[in-house]
Design a binder for this molecule. Sequence first.
Ligand code: PDD
Length: 289
Amino acid sequence: MSIVYLNGEFIPIEEARISVLDRGFLFGDGVYEVIPAYGGHLLRLREHLRRLQNSLDAVRLHNPLSVQQWMDVLQQIIKRNDAVDQSVYLHISRGVAAKRDHAFPAETRPTVFVMSNPLYPMDKNDLMQGVAAITLDDIRWRACNIKATALLANAMLRQQAVDAGAAEAILIRDGYATEGAASNVFIVRNNILITPPNSPSLLPGITRDLVLELAQQQGIACDERAISESELKHADEIWLTSSTREILPVITLDNHPVGKGVSGPIWHCMIDVFQDYKAKLRRGDMRDE
Ligand code: PDD
């Protein structure tokens, strides 16, 4: 049975209850993080907590826990759930107000919720088969750098991709690729790894930063710059990155093959380096906090 954390208590998920007046429920008024843990070791915890703080600041929510308290809660959740690898979801909403009103109430106690799901990372042979993606107009708001729980646009875009038999939607704003519905996007052109720079148009992905760091260590040329829709469509390789999907090669875009229509050589190099990084973390050979 899955054990979750809700407002100071560790309880079975079936017993977790929140009020219907919770602003997270009524307005999607909250922020969240998803942090992978390999063999009990959280990946890039400090970076995730820093991004959480940025999201909280942006929506004017006080951080209810200190860094040490977050570390303790997250470690407890991992210990109390048995999967070797887990994806830990943490969520802070503005809490319960006396009545429904768009403006923030003068005083609320944030609702703090943490749960864990088993993470079954695919091995290289499965991953290298790649996935299909489609391009869609980025209909989201202008503050996509905030990891907000209000994800209706992202959910609608992902569903449109699923309906089209694809694994992800790559979003286009004003003629440029921003990111996936729940992932960051990279392309390879002429052996250069390119990803859009961080801006309010996209989430500053933790996996994105790690991939850039590891690629640079491998001597792969990297460029953080805007990717036009036409450049995306003519890319040699396209990858999607996220905490749960890691590095996923896209082999068809809008039903056309990407490059040669198979996962490309730079992806093959990066996935080995990334799997190695995870294996070291899982074995406890390296701390990533
Ligand atoms: N989402 N962009 C969006 C819109 C995302 O939702 C995510 C991740 C990312 C990748 O960020 P990171 O590498 O830090 O996971 C980019 C998570 C996994 C989710 O919502 O479940």
